[in-house]
Ligand binder design. Structure first.
Ligand code: NAD
Ligand code: IPM
Ligand code: MN
Length: 364
């Protein structure tokens, strides 16, 4: 039986980077005999333009029938003026929510070849390997009530609600503890428990679960301090677990430690282990259509798909090794170029990974 992968390129550089991931999927399919079937669907602004909504029912139905999803990115300035519920980003939020993809894994791993590309000194980031576990279907992103209302004096007021149920905190905490167990067994929970009740409950729930994982060390940091520690001494972290909004912000910061946001992949998992895989970055309208986008975060998301949903760890390792080999050869898109290096295009980077993969599998 074939395994169905739903490809959702989305907007702007989404199409460019997913095209390269497509090549990699087809290459590993050939080399490892995976029996993959790639289907394409619409999401984001691309869906809004054609179907009038950012997540058409047909896309959601295909998603439910697929074994895994690969997504590029959504959004762009041309949709800034549309009603909030029709924004491209709402399509992404809806698919995450509809499929129950509560566990967002964002690994920030520094490829040693890129130590010079980081905005921090090489000695601060050398050997960096941390995992941010972001809660993805709750918190202030989804809390009700939300909106903009007009007060009696005519002034408008915007409001959102940060809310987490104990059960939501428990399931992301268990996921993070389990992942910490497979790594260095250190879990840092990030909250704002000194100010926000919702995160005081978060901390309490984390503490209540810790005794079930006596082999994992649990620590807590307030998010402001965590942001500071992340850029001061990032190697102190193994696994970070946090809510939706803090996780969004901290993962972009962590991305830069690895050289570029174009290097950070992600997996968004539901309770059954089904996953949507996507780079952490956005649709980069400022560089779209120029062949300048780094496809490696998307290609590394394919590796995560192989590891977490398709149970093909050897394929994941092969893709990650191919990326390492390409970096060893000095190939760089513009975002990870050091001084004096010449940038290659998105397409050339994808081709180089495929070439390295073919070499790997022929010497297997
Ligand atoms: P962005 O991540 O798209 O871009 C931020 C900066 O990083 C830009 O300078 C961009 O050129 C650069 N960059 C991003 N990805 C890159 C890559 N692969 N290679 C090289 N450089 C890269 O964030 P933004 O500009 O704040 O947002 C643009 C649009 O993307 C918005 O509509 C936003 O809502 C959306 N967005 C979508 C997602 C997603 O689909 N998961 C994530 C973040 C932002
Ligand atoms: C991300 C993005 C999304 C988020 C947006 C586009 C809804 O920034 O995947 O990090 O905030 O979750
Ligand atoms: Mn983000």
């Amino acid at each position: 039986m074939g395994r169905r992968i739903l490809m959702l390129p989305g907007d702007h550089i989404g199409g460019e980077i997913v095209a390269e991931a497509d090549k990699v999927l087809r290459a590993v399919d050939r080399c490892f005999g995976l029996g993959l079937d790639l289907d394409y669907g619409l999401i984001g602004g691309a869906a809004l333009d054609v179907e009038g909504v950012p997540l058409p029912d047909s896309t959601l139905a295909s998603a439910r029938q697929s074994d895994a999803i690969l997504l590029g990115a959504v959004g762009g300035p041309q949709w800034d003026g549309v009603a909030r519920e029709l924004r491209p980003e709402r399509g992404l939020l809806k698919i995450r929510s509809e499929l129950g993809l509560f566990g967002n894994l964002r690994p920030a791993l520094l490829y040693p070849q890129l130590a010079g590309a980081s905005s921090l000194k090489p000695e601060i980031v050398a050997g960096l390997d941390l995992l941010i576990v972001r809660e993805l279907t709750g918190g202030i992103y989804f809390g009700e009530p939300r909106g903009v209302r007009t007060l009696e004096n005519g002034e408008r007021e915007g409001f959102n609600t940060d809310v987490y149920r104990e059960s939501e905190i428990q399931r992301i905490a268990h996921l993070a503890f389990r992942l910490a167990r497979q790594r260095d067994r250190r879990l840092c929970s990030v909250d704002k428990a000194n100010v926000l009740e919702v995160t005081a409950l978060w901390r309490e729930v984390l503490e209540s679960i810790a005794p079930s994982y006596p082999d994992v060390e649990l620590t807590h940091l307030y998010v402001d301090n965590a942001a500071m520690q992340l850029v001061m001494a990032p190697k102190q972290f193994d696994v970070i677990v946090t809510g939706n909004l803090f996780g969004d912000i901290l993962s972009d910061a962590a991305a830069m430690l690895t050289g570029s946001i174009g290097m950070l992949p992600s997996a968004s998992l539901n309770e059954a282990g089904f996953g949507l895989y996507e780079p952490c970055h956005g649709s980069a309208p400022d560089i779209s259509g120029q062949g300048r986008a780094n496809p490696l975060a998307t290609i590394l998301s394919v590796a995560m798909m192989m590891r977490y949903t398709l149970a093909e760890p050897a394929v994941a390792i092969a893709i990650e090794a191919a990326v390492g080999q390409v970096l060893d050869a000095g190939l760089r898109t513009a975002d990870i170029c050091a001084q004096g290096q010449t940038a290659i295009t998105t397409e050339a980077m994808g081709d180089a990974v495929v070439a390295a993969l073919s070499q790997h599998s022929s010497t297997r």
